[in-house]
Design a protein around this ligand. Structure first.
Ligand code: BGC
Length: 247
């Protein structure tokens, strides 16, 4: 089934139509810079522009959000405007686009895409997906079932939130070498292993297009693989989420 997936990120808001059987994008991705400040009305304007671009008004769509989402309500906003906290964002977007909307955490969406169609397909044990971008997104699966809103990026490591040490944004801002950054990531992976003993880590986010620079530097007992859908995993997972909501 062809459905629209939207992905709200710290630097860009992206969308594409997706064939949910395969995860293939059926049209070229459309991207708008994330408005600053990223308050709900500015972001919903940008989302509505993407929906119009694809002539999708009135048709079901999925959308990711970089914070905790429960039943359509955005509960945290670490890298977004505080006005998102407690907002029924799914309803807002649904009213604006006259569409059925599935809204979910961005890490969860990326993980769903990878588990159903990508690097985690068929893996029955514990899988942890991590997206490295403005923040660090996470998703945990056991026997293919998602435990939503895990928020591992906010885990404290030596007195600091993990995403303030080891996100892709931090690497750039601090001018860390790939080696230096990998050490920080390895510390984070070690903490995850201590707590969850995963079978597989899937690493995604924008920086995974540069996997050749750092993936070989990552170390864990679990297998570590790059996301098959790279930075499109969020869009694809959003489309899969709305499909599920229609079933
Ligand atoms: C948010 C998460 C999100 C991650 C990646 C974190 O700051 O709390 O919900 O998944 O960033 O965007």
């Amino acid at each position: 089934m062809e459905l629209l997936g939207l992905d709200i990120g710290g630097s860009g808001i992206k969308g594409a139509t997706v064939e949910t059987e395969t995860g293939e994008l059926t049209a070229e991705r459309f991207r708008i810079d994330t408005p600053q400040p990223a308050d709900p009305s500015a972001v919903v304007d940008a989302l509505a522009e993407i929906v119009s671009h694809f002539n999708w008004t009135g048709r079901p769509l999925g959308c990711t959000f970089p914070g905790v989402v429960r039943q359509g309500v955005t509960l945290t906003a670490a890298n977004m405007h505080g006005d998102w906290i407690g907002l029924d964002a799914a309803k807002l977007l649904s009213e604006r686009t006259k569409s059925t909307v599935a809204l979910l955490n961005d890490g969860d969406a990326a993980g769903m895409a990878e588990m159903e169609l990508g690097a985690g397909k068929g893996v029955e044990g514990t899988v942890i997906m991590l997206t490295l971008g403005t923040g660090i997104g996470s998703a945990v699966f056991y026997q293919g079932r998602l435990l939503p809103n895990t928020e591992f990026g906010h885990m404290e490591i030596r007195g600091k939130e993990a995403e303030h040490r080891a996100s892709a944004k931090v690497r750039k801002e601090r001018g860390l070498s790939w080696q230096e950054w990998s050490l920080r990531l390895n510390e984070f992976l070690a903490r995850m292993e201590l707590l969850f003993t995963p079978d597989l880590f899937i690493i995604g986010g924008g920086v995974i297009s540069k996997a050749d620079k750092f993936l070989h530097l990552l170390q864990a007992n679990a297998k570590i693989v790059p996301a098959r859908f790279q930075n499109q995993a969020g869009i694809i997972g959003a489309a899969l989420a709305v499909q599920k909501s229609l079933e």
